[in-house]
Write a protein that binds this ligand. Structure first.
Ligand code: NDP
Ligand code: OXD
Length: 308
């Protein structure tokens, strides 16, 4: 019998227990799923960074740590973690992120705030068509590509920037420092879809913000520490940046007295851009355990040297 330890907050257990048991049954896996197995007996750890586990040393027979989160910056550098680490790639996560990004891009593209506020008079401010509104996405992985394809389908010219060079039909794909300069210079709307690593922390600093065209909008549903907070406030206050829509922050929950709060050019959402949903993610976890048990390589393994 396979032993799987569920190491996550109680609310996650309530959400995941039944779907995981169902997914294990569907995958014909006999799994003893519990929140309190003795560490030395555990085959797989199903892990949330909000759970109790921080020392992986006693998990001597554990074959893999399977994260419920896509972002792994809070575990990838854990020196006690010698077991393989897999991040979450979940179809619902991609759909949720695509809906969030598309919705916020369309809000800014159409200037919806002006009309929602209830504009007086009869001033016909006609927005440009999507084809005239270039969008750049930094990060062309699972989520960045899903967002890019959805925006492309709506007619936006989409440029994506990633670590490795890519060729994706319909997108302008860039990489490297020159690619970043081009990607920023052309971005009327900039979407961050990068993981937080030592290479990406503070990437959106004063120079990167200055490289955007005047009046650009930033949408960050990736990680707060990608952005230099002080530089962002300065760019907004000078008017160079028209607006920032932020879902993620250096410290969460965002403090009530943080300068981002009540800033007229910042929209805050409380880390809700995309949620790992048990209905689909349980199957992803079960499938990875099935693969490992069958001697197949684990999917979505994190490269510790890159940090994602
Ligand atoms: P992926 O690992 O699939 O994609 C990451 C992308 O970033 C890849 O294209 C990668 O390039 C690129 N990249 C990484 N480092 C660099 C670098 N130094 N320079 C240039 N490009 C780089 O991640 P996901 O798309 O699944 O997720 C992205 C992030 O979204 C997560 O790490 C997480 O932080 C955040 N997230 C936020 C959620 C929310 O609710 N707010 C929900 C889920 C995730 P390459 O393709 O060459 O490897
Ligand atoms: C994640 C997140 O990384 O929710 O999955 O931010």
């Amino acid at each position: 019998m396979i032993k799987a330890l569920f190491s996550a907050p109680p609310a996650d257990w309530d959400e995941f227990e039944a779907p995981l048991r169902a997914a294990f049954a569907t995958a014909a896996l006999e799994v003893n799923l519990s929140r309190d197995h003795a560490p030395g007996t555990v085959d797989y750890v199903i892990y949330s960074p909000k759970g109790p586990l921080s020392d992986f040393t006693p998990f001597t027979r554990t074959r893999a740590v399977l994260s419920l989160w896509a972002g792994v910056e809070r575990i990838v550098g854990n020196a006690t973690l010698t077991q393989p680490l897999c991040r979450m790639v979940d179809p619902s996560l991609s759909v949720g992120m695509t809906e969030y990004v598309t919705g916020h891009v369309l809000r800014h593209h159409l200037g919806l705030d002006h009309w929602v506020k209830g504009a007086a008079g009869w001033h016909q401010i006609v927005p440009p068509l999507a084809a005239e509104r270039p969008v750049t996405i930094l990060g062309l992985g699972e989520l960045g590509q899903a967002c890019a394809m959805a925006l492309r389908a709506l007619g936006f010219p989409v440029t994506g920037w990633s670590s490795s060079a890519k060729a994706i039909p319909g997108l302008t794909c860039l990489s490297g420092p020159d690619g970043l300069a081009r990607a920023l210079a052309g971005a009327q709307i900039l979407v961050l879809m990068l993981p937080l690593t030592s290479a990406t922390e503070n990437m959106i600093d004063a120079a990167a913000l200055a490289a955007l065209p005047p009046g650009a909008v930033l949408i960050n549903p990736a990680r707060g520490a990608l952005v230099d907070d002080a530089a962002l406030l300065a760019a907004l206050d000078s008017g160079h940046l028209a607006h920032a829509t932020l879902d993620v922050f250096r410290v969460e929950p965002l403090a009530d007295d943080h300068p981002f709060r009540n800033h007229p050019r910042i929209t805050i959402t409380p880390h809700i851009a995309a949620h790992t949903r048990a209905s689909t993610a349980a199957g992803v976890i079960a499938d990875n355990i099935r693969r490992d048990q069958a001697g197949l390589p684990l999917l979505y393994r994190v490269d510790r040297s890159r940090g994602y």
